[in-house]
Design a protein around this ligand. Structure first.
Ligand code: MG
Length: 245
């Protein structure tokens, strides 16, 4: 999982006794150890995610995990959604640093709590559990969890959400579904943002949609522009259907 970038190991430093002994047996031992630590991290995350799911079910809160690359327009989309979708919304903002995004969605009128992950490249279930008592999403509301912009690690960490919503944008290239299959397979809905820029970028919408559906048959895809407003009615209708389901 995140062994390469180290985010899964951040909380296990005490277990890592690095030595300069690089003989083969040692490396094998290290690999076995790493795999065990990764499994433990994911199992623990899964237990906390189930607890979060119980919290959401008990309060009738629809939790959506918004995943994307950095700069896909998640926060702009949330600002519009909070203002115009006609739903009760609370937002949990995940970023490595700053509370800039929480300030933005508060400005749009939603309750928001910022979670900073430091060196970590994803939110995990424990971070959500710790933030919920402060955020206290209202009964019947939608909780948007804006994950750290990263299409890799957040695919592995269940937060207890009802669904993952993947926000792609036309400035990123239409080959993303092929490059990040895990994330596309896990998404219930794919939003293709920034379609107002289509005249200026070499993005083939039909190719993107085809590849997204090859990765995840039956996935819903909505094309929109959070800036100009195209497609937002369709997104809001999806939200209202998900809320009443
Ligand atoms: Mg953001």
């Amino acid at each position: 999982m995140c062994a390469t970038c180290g985010c899964g190991e951040a909380r296990h430093d005490h277990e890592h006794q690095h030595t300069h002994d690089h003989d083969h047996a040692h490396e094998h031992h290290h690999d076995v150890h790493r795999v065990r630590v990764e499994r433990e991290v994911l199992e623990k995350n899964q237990r906390v995610a189930e607890r979060n799911r119980g919290y959401f079910a008990g309060r009738g809160v629809l939790a959506l995990n918004l995943v994307s690359s950095p700069g896909s327009g998640k926060t702009t989309l949330l600002e519009r959604t909070v203002r115009d979708a006609g739903i009760q919304a609370a937002v949990l903002e995940g970023d490595q640093a700053t509370d800039l995004d929480a300030q933005r969605v508060r400005g749009a009128g939603a309750r928001a709590v910022q979670v900073n992950t430091g060196t970590g490249c994803h939110l995990d279930a424990e971070m959500i559990a710790r933030a919920l008592p402060e955020l206290r999403p209202e009964r019947g509301s939608v909780l948007f969890i804006e994950n750290v912009g990263n299409l890799v690690c957040p695919a592995l960490f269940d937060l207890g959400e009802h669904a993952k919503v993947l926000v792609a944008s036309v400035t990123e290239g239409d080959d993303k579904p092929l490059k990040y299959p895990h994330m596309f397979r896990g998404a219930a809905l794919v939003l293709v943002n920034k379609i107002d820029l289509l005249p200026y970028v070499p993005f083939d919408v039909a190719h993107f949609d085809t590849k997204a559906r090859e990765m995840n048959p039956g996935v819903e895809v909505i094309h929109l522009s959070a800036l100009r407003g195209d497609g937002l009615a369709e997104w809001y209708a999806w939200l209202r259907r998900a809320t009443s389901a």
